[in-house]
Design a protein around this ligand. Structure first.
Ligand SMILES: [Zn+2]
Length: 241
């Protein structure tokens, strides 16, 4: 999954069926323009889900697929529908595509927003996916959001000691977490990553936890970061006697 795709080219994409299993379908093309910024694009494929099964006299199998605009000033996620060909049910044709309408953002504190604006964006895009029934796609998005939160926080927290920005950006998330100096942030971020990794792997390790737990741990990580930053401010402005 992932990667930029070219328009007007038949290709296979991985999707989720009604029963939750994964399969691959052959599509005729991908959307060639972004419904938000209107630019001509080669969108990034994020995932897809079957929405109705075959029944006589009705449109055949349909899938709703999620794409992301690669334009750096936009990065909006949008949906496209694919419908099976009447003559060959193994081939799917692009129908409408547009922006997701249903959207409620999680509000993060000022310090979290300024430490990692990309975390806030990615977290809320994942939330939009979740609210629109695409929990598999949402899981990967939440996992990605922790990575931005942790790395941006590490860079922020070490900015005075001259953090190796490129090193942090390319390092494994687990190694970055080890470098977090606050114990509470480190412990919760590590747990969030365990559940987050589960969302991106084929086999789950933590069967008893779900997206709600993952979101709770991510929000708790953000909460501890905020608590630490707020406390730091008072340490500076109101030093102990
Ligand atoms: Zn766009």
């Amino acid at each position: 999954m992932g990667g930029l795709m070219s328009y007007g080219q038949e290709q296979n994409i991985e999707v989720e069926t009604l029963s939750g299993s994964r399969t691959s379908i052959r599509i005729d093309s991908v959307p060639d323009s972004c419904p938000t910024c209107r630019k001509g694009i080669e969108p990034k494929y994020l995932g897809g889900k079957q929405i109705s099964s075959t029944s006589i006299g009705l449109p055949k199998d349909r899938y709703i697929c999620y794409f992301q605009c690669p334009n750096k000033d936009c990065l909006m996620v949008f949906l496209a529908s694919y419908q099976a060909s009447e003559f060959d049910s193994s081939r799917f044709f692009l129908g409408d595509h547009g922006v997701v309408m249903h959207r409620r953002n999680e509000v993060f504190t000022e310090s979290v927003r300024s430490i990692s604006p990309r975390f806030v964006t990615i977290y809320n895009q994942a939330r939009t996916a979740e609210e629109n029934g695409l929990s598999e796609v949402a899981g990967c998005g939440f996992r990605r959001s922790i990575e931005f939160l942790v790395k941006d926080y590490l860079l922020f927290d070490n900015k005075d000691s001259g953090a190796d920005e490129e090193g942090v950006k390319t390092a494994h998330l687990a190694d970055c977490i080890k470098k977090i100096d606050d114990e509470r942030v480190r412990a919760i971020a590590r747990k969030a990553t365990w559940l987050g990794n589960d969302e991106t792997h084929y086999l789950r390790k933590f069967e008893d936890f779900d997206l709600q737990n993952l979101k709770e741990l991510i929000k708790l990580t953000a909460y501890w970061i905020d608590a630490k930053e707020t406390a730091k401010k008072y340490d500076q402005d109101l030093p102990s006697k």
